[in-house]
Design a binder for this molecule. Structure first.
Ligand SMILES: Cc1cc2nc3c(=O)[nH]c(=O)nc-3n(C[C@H](O)[C@H](O)[C@H](O)COP(=O)(O)O)c2cc1C
Length: 203
């Protein structure tokens, strides 16, 4: 009997007995076995103006000292700005900004934070600004990059981190922050709250 035939409850409790092979091409994955958090990257152009763009493959890569890396097409303004200026800010939007995040990716360049309809908030350690409407921010300085064909991994040291006081002070900060993940083209999933191990809330 397949997991689907056993019904929703059973498929959550027991591993599926059958496996299907997934292609090694993310465009054809259904479902994507690994998903990435949607963030808004802010960088500075050569003339000092700002650039904003969504990215979704960002991950912490070291904790002491704190480092993160994100994926970017090498031709994108974000990658070119980071490789030249060696600074960037990772801004974490809440799901209320999801439509605006997608719209931002389609705007022509030059694409400043303000031309995309967001508000610049000066960062504390780097030149690119934070995005006021976002819930949390990581200010980074580039330490390394790794190229894969048309793409590049940009690895930065986190110099400063900040979050909305409303989020930081909440009983369940994840429920207030409501960050979201890129699942597949035009599709996202929401982190809608924390589930404590041992409680029944997550079932
Ligand atoms: C939700 C979302 C996530 C995205 N993630 C990435 C990503 O991880 N890497 C990438 O290169 N482009 C990604 N893109 C596409 C870029 O945001 C888009 O091509 C943008 O115009 C690039 O802007 P830039 O040239 O200013 O960097 C994503 C787009 C959306 C809407």
């Amino acid at each position: 009997m397949t997991a689907r035939a056993r019904g929703k409850g059973a498929s959550r409790d027991r591993p599926a007995s059958e496996k299907v092979e997934l292609p090694l091409s993310i465009a054809d994955w259904r479902p994507a076995p690994i998903v990435g958090q949607v963030v808004l990257l802010t960088t500075c152009n050569e003339d000092g103006t700002t650039n904003i763009a969504p990215k979704c493959w960002a991950a912490l890569v070291a904790s002491q000292p704190l480092h993160l890396a994100f994926n970017c097409n090498r031709e994108h303004w974000t990658a070119r700005n980071v490789l030249r200026s060696r600074e960037f800010v990772v801004n974490v939007p809440g799901v209320e900004l999801a439509e605006r995040v997608w719209a931002t990716s389609r705007l022509p360049h030059p694409r400043s934070v303000e031309s995309a309809g967001f508000t610049e908030l000066p960062a504390t350690r780097v030149r690119p600004p934070r995005v006021l409407e976002c819930r949390a921010h990581l200010e980074c300085s580039l330490v390394h990059h790794l190229e894969f064909g048309d793409e590049v991994w940009l690895l930065g040291r986190v110099l400063a981190a900040s979050a909305d006081a409303e989020v930081a002070n909440a009983v369940d900060p994840f429920d207030v922050m409501r960050s979201f993940m890129y699942l597949e083209s035009g599709t996202y999933g929401i982190i809608g709250g924390a589930n404590r191990v041992g409680s029944k809330r997550g079932r």
